[in-house]
Design a binder for this molecule. Structure first.
Ligand code: EPU
Length: 433
């Protein structure tokens, strides 16, 4: 186990390249199961979640390699295996994205049921509802979702208690592209990552109307071909660097390889917080830290609303704003495990139902903290960049799930950050032995 050691208070300046979007790349890699031909996927970030998805695809008969340009080249090999086992699925919920492609292409799938996780309960009933509506028989056998049947186009309403489902939409979309006839998905997720998947499937020969809107109309085709596709920029990684730059003194950072169109709600919050953003050229953003950050109220919502994945990052910045802010979490009401850790750094944050009240403080002070999930880890790292003295963010493996070369990128901007082995804490009983 490793920790990230951050010495706070250093100005960030220079240029950082934003990587491809993890949450686009995962379903897009799963979509390569839909074809017997090779695919070339460019701008795939180097992350542990991506390695895991490649491992899963490997067991299901699609091998892959990174070529000299960094692109992932997939190569289908013949196999009967349609089983994604618990030891792989339990490490990453997005593994469920292989359900739709397997069912559509091979007529059956067996995927271990993903469990809950620290950010919330995270059910998958919308995925199952969609597959059943398409005509599949879906049963739960000893903790595995076992699905089979010939898929036929239908009308599916996919809204849930917390809005649309991102991977649920991706899964049903990937099933519907090879189903017989026309499928309509109402209340589809509109996240840019779903739109990216639509664009990739269309290149493969799928017939999809309404990409990027809540109504997707899919006319099933018999076969899909291989394709070449470039993943969109990671809007959450971009937000991470924006908030990091905004909360460290006198910082001036240019982010390259971003798509500001994916960041509307975030830009609105940045504006309220007095953070100046300019666009020096297409697909670039310049962030200059203001003298003082203003407070802001944020509600997380499905796209185009403020993303839940940026909530912990915004909270870090708001913890040093001049006044009181409120964050309301509408996607994962329990996604607040970072609050006690932020308070260890001197923040004044109180969880209140599905929200948090943040009283801005003048300074954060370095301390050892525990990361509980990917975005909590990132929020704590950027808090450490602004804090006085040294912050140790334990459980660095969480950050490796979603941030490519985070230390190198931050060091390139002037941050002082390193990775060290975590020394296991000795319990009293150990000490006595
Ligand atoms: N939901 C249901 N039933 C379902 C599915 C979802 O009630 O069958 C609920 C969830 O519990 C949640 C809401 O609907 O309250 C939205 O969940 P969604 O299904 O959209 O989440 P997801 O597809 O499992 C993706 C991202 C998450 C991101 C969420 C929300 C990927 C691989 N993961 O998850 O990303 O938080 O959408 O935007 O795309 C991250 O990158 O750190 C991360 C957790």
């Amino acid at each position: 186990m490793e920790k990230l050691v951050v010495e706070g208070g250093h100005r960030l300046s220079g240029t950082v390249q934003i990587s491809g979007a993890k949450n686009s790349a995962l379903p897009i890699l799963a979509a390569t199961l839909l074809t017997d031909e090779k695919c070339v996927i460019k701008n795939v970030p180097r992350l542990s979640d991506i390695s895991l998805m490649r491992e899963i695809l490997d067991t299901l008969g699609t091998t892959s390699r990174r070529d000299a340009t960094g692109a992932i080249r997939t190569q289908p090999v013949s196999t009967d295996n349609v089983f994604a086992p618990y030891d792989l699925v339990s490490r990453m919920r997005a593994s469920i994205c292989v359900l739709g492609p397997l069912l559509a292409k091979r007529g059956r799938a067996r995927i271990s049921m993903p469990g809950g996780c620290v950010i919330g309960v995270r059910p998958v009933e919308l995925h199952i509802k969609g597959m059943e509506a398409l005509g599949a028989t879906v049963e739960l056998h000893h903790g595995d979702i076992v699905a089979s049947g010939k898929l036929r186009g239908t009308h599916i309403y996919l809204g849930g208690a917390f809005g649309s489902s991102v991977t649920g939409t991706a899964n049903i979309l990937m099933a519907a592209v090879l189903a017989e006839g026309k499928t309509v998905i109402d209340s589809a997720a509109c996240e840019p990552e779903v739109d990216d998947l639509c664009r990739m499937l269309i290149k493969m020969g799928a017939k999809i109307e309404g990409a990027g809107t809540p109504k997707l109309v899919i006319h099933g085709v018999e076969k899909l071909s291989g394709c070449e596709h470039e993943i969109i920029p990671d809007r959450i990684e971009a937000t991470t660097f924006v908030f990091a730059s905004a909360m460290t003194p006198a910082s001036d950072v240019i982010l390259e390889g971003v798509n500001p169109e994916h960041l509307g709600a975030v830009l609105d919050v940045l504006n309220k917080m007095g953070i100046k953003i300019t666009q020096p050229k297409t697909n670039a953003m310049r962030v200059r830290a203001p003298k003082n950050l203003k407070p802001a109220d944020i509600v997380t919502l499905p796209f185009p609303g403020f993303p839940t994945d940026s909530q912990a990052l915004a909270m870090s910045a708001l913890s040093v704003a001049d006044g009181l802010s409120i964050i309301t979490e509408r996607i994962y009401p329990d996604r607040f495990m970072h609050i006690p850790e932020m308070n260890r750094l001197g923040a004044r944050i109180r969880k209140e139902g599905g929200g948090a009240i943040i009283g801005g403080v003048e300074n954060l002070y370095g301390a050892p903290v525990q990361a509980s999930d990917l975005r909590a880890a990132a929020g704590l790292v950027i808090a450490g960049l602004a804090a006085k003295s040294v912050t140790e963010v334990n459980n660095a493996h969480y950050i490796d799930r979603g941030y490519e070369n985070i230390e190198e990128k931050l060091r390139g901007l002037g941050a002082k950050i390193s990775r060290e082995k975590m020394i296991p804490r000795r319990r009293k009983s150990d000490a006595a032995a």
